[in-house]
Write a protein that binds this ligand. Structure first.
Ligand code: ATP
Ligand code: MG
Length: 550
């Protein structure tokens, strides 16, 4: 079931007013990732917001790569971002690259110089920082601030031609060194970087800074509402300054909202890249990663992610969302959709000593006990089975209703079995249990002779398919008080993945990567994309229940 996003939020209200007042006939939003990493669940919030806002008001949304920093960007990221946006269920109207506007941006920089609104500065990065002042003290003007227009034009051209080394010179906007807003103290708008760019190659060796480039990109595309996260609120005066002083025809409006934060989760691409580079995880799509690729490999569905993004809402107040809320939405999405099956994750051999040696019978088992429309499947049953290790205890505590010596339980969809004997290895570990079954107790025959308190699941040993199960815990430990200031790499959960070798029912041989199942008692599982017929791998998406209430 899709959660609708018909509820209002402050951004929708702004857009509605702009349409009602005739300020805009059509709105255009954009999703502007920098291709310096894979998208994460925080980006999903921004994607859902931008695309659905335009949708609701019959406008347009562009996907624009904000690729103005050659050093960190890569086409691998461009491709993954396009794939992830599509997979989330959104189709952009136009696909743009900010780097295609480099020529236009350069012309606007020249315009600023001609208007006396920009200058080339030779101060070193350290000096620029020093001259900037602090929140309580005004900055100092650069000695290069009053260069002539001609000199500035000449120097900018030389910068462009590659006549200076990285960091030797920058182009700065000439605004106000004593502004209470630090961003307005002659911000750098161009820097020199002799680096190859994924799109423009070696054509440029000067690159525009974000605060200069972004408003121009928005204005060039006719973006009406430029939605970004709260940390850009203080940059808005500069955004507006750039649009105005560069004499852009279209005037976009920047609107800030609170970024998504989730418990036990790091969300910045820089940190996620570190996890990949340090091999803490198995790549950007590791199922423990909060990336879209990771969530997909874990088994999340686009519906669940969209519903989550709608439910968390849009506001100006920073908040921390409980990671269980995301889990709630995947359970809710999968519960009615996916088939149920039995699997044994930690196998213990069970021999039914009074069951005929070579006999195999097919038992009919309901696919979904809660919904008869789910149909039935045939499951083989024979003398040797696997059950879950923790469904047997030699010395059980009180109220343990599963199997122990002398006790009888139901094998789900099959018979009552009673444990008579326990076989151990030389170290005293239980390696096999011997039971007898009662043919009268077959499921579905209406047997009422006696009752048992426990039902356990099983698979047939001979026909079951050996499979790997990967169970996940949060990658980042939340150590609560006292963990502030600690580097996140020191908070890695060393038990974030448990790998188990178990068995699934024989019909599961046919599964395909990304197929999803509810494995009774263990949770929802996804077939890993690298799973093969010879080696099935199941990722646990989420366990069956949580205490979390919406
Ligand atoms: P990161 O810090 O993870 O690198 P970013 O903001 O630098 O994120 P961009 O590629 O510039 O990443 O982001 C593209 C868009 O996604 C921006 O509009 C940004 O505001 C938005 N965005 C990024 N992270 C979040 C988040 N956690 N919650 C909501 N929106 C986000
Ligand atoms: Mg960034």
């Amino acid at each position: 079931m899709e959660v609708t996003s018909s509820t209002s939020n402050f951004i929708k209200n702004i857009v509605k007013e702009d349409i009602d007042s005739g300020k805009h006939k059509e709105i255009i939003t954009r999703f502007p990732p920098e291709p310096n990493g894979y998208l994460h669940i925080g980006h999903a919030k921004s994607i859902v917001l931008n695309f659905e806002l335009a949708d609701e008001f019959k406008g347009k949304t562009n996907l624009r790569f904000d690729d103005t920093n050659p050093i960190k960007e890569d086409t691998e990221y461009v491709e993954s971002i396009e794939e992830d946006v599509r997979w989330l269920g959104f189709e952009w109207d136009e696909l743009y690259f900010a780097s295609n506007y480099f020529e236009e941006m350069y012309k606007r920089a020249i315009l600023l110089i001609k208007k006396g609104k920009a200058y080339v500065c030779d101060l070193t990065p350290e000096e620029i920082r020093e001259y900037r002042g602090t929140l309580t003290e005004p900055g100092k003007e650069s000695p290069y601030r009053n260069r002539t227009v001609e000199e500035n034009l000449d120097l900018l051209e030389k910068m462009k031609k590659g006549e200076f080394k990285d960091g030797e010179k920058v182009l700065r906007a000439k605004i106000d060194m004593s502004s209470p807003n630090m961003n307005m103290r002659d911000p750098i708008i161009y820097r020199i970087a002799h680096a190859s760019h994924h799109n423009t190659g070696d054509k440029w060796c000067i690159y525009p800074m974000y605060d200069f480039a972004h408003p121009l990109e928005d204005a060039i595309e006719g973006i009406t509402h430029s939605i970004c996260t709260l940390e850009f609120e203080d940059h808005r005066p500069l955004y507006d300054w750039v649009v105005k002083e560069c004499e852009m025809e279209n005037v976009p409006q920047q609107i800030e909202f609170a970024r998504l934060n989730i418990t036990n989760t790091v969300m910045s691409k820089r940190k996620l890249k570190l996890l990949v580079d340090e091999k803490v995880v198995d790549g950007w799509d590791d199922p423990r990663m909060p990336t879209i690729a990771g969530l997909r490999r874990r088994g999340y569905t686009p519906e669940a992610i969209r519903n989550f993004c709608r439910a968390i809402g849009v506001s100006k107040a920073n908040s921390l969302v409980d990671s269980q809320m995301l889990e709630h939405f995947i359970r809710e999405d999968l519960m009615p959709k996916v088939p149920r099956t039995m699997a044994v994750l930690r196998p213990l051999k069970m021999i039914i000593t009074n069951y005929p040696e070579d006999q195999v019978e097919m038992l009919e088992i309901e696919n979904n006990g809660d919904n008869p429309e789910g149909g039935v499947r045939q499951v083989p049953f024979s003398r040797e089975l696997y059950i879950e290790q923790d469904d047997f205890m030699e010395n059980p505590p009180k109220k343990y209703h599963r199997l122990y010596p002398g006790n009888e339980v139901r094998l789900k969809g099959a018979y009552f079995v009673k444990c008579n004997d326990v076989i151990k290895d030389d170290n005293g570990n239980v390696i096999e249990i011997h039971c007898t079954y009662d043919i009268e107790t077959k499921s579905g025959t209406g047997f009422t002779g006696r009752k048992v308190k426990g039902t356990i699941h099983w698979v047939d040993a001979k026909s079951a398919v050996a499979s790997e199960f990967r169970l996940y815990e949060p990658l980042i430990l939340d150590e609560g008080e006292g963990s502030e200031g600690k580097h996140f790499l020191e908070q890695i959960n060393s038990n974030s993945m448990e790998v188990l070798q178990g068995f699934v029912e024989p019909y599961m041989k046919e599964v395909k990567p990304q197929d999803k199942f509810q494995i009774v008692r263990h949770g929802y599982f996804n077939v890993d994309p690298n799973s093969t017929e010879g080696k099935l791998v199941f990722n646990r998406i989420v366990s069956l229940k949580s205490s979390f209430k919406l």
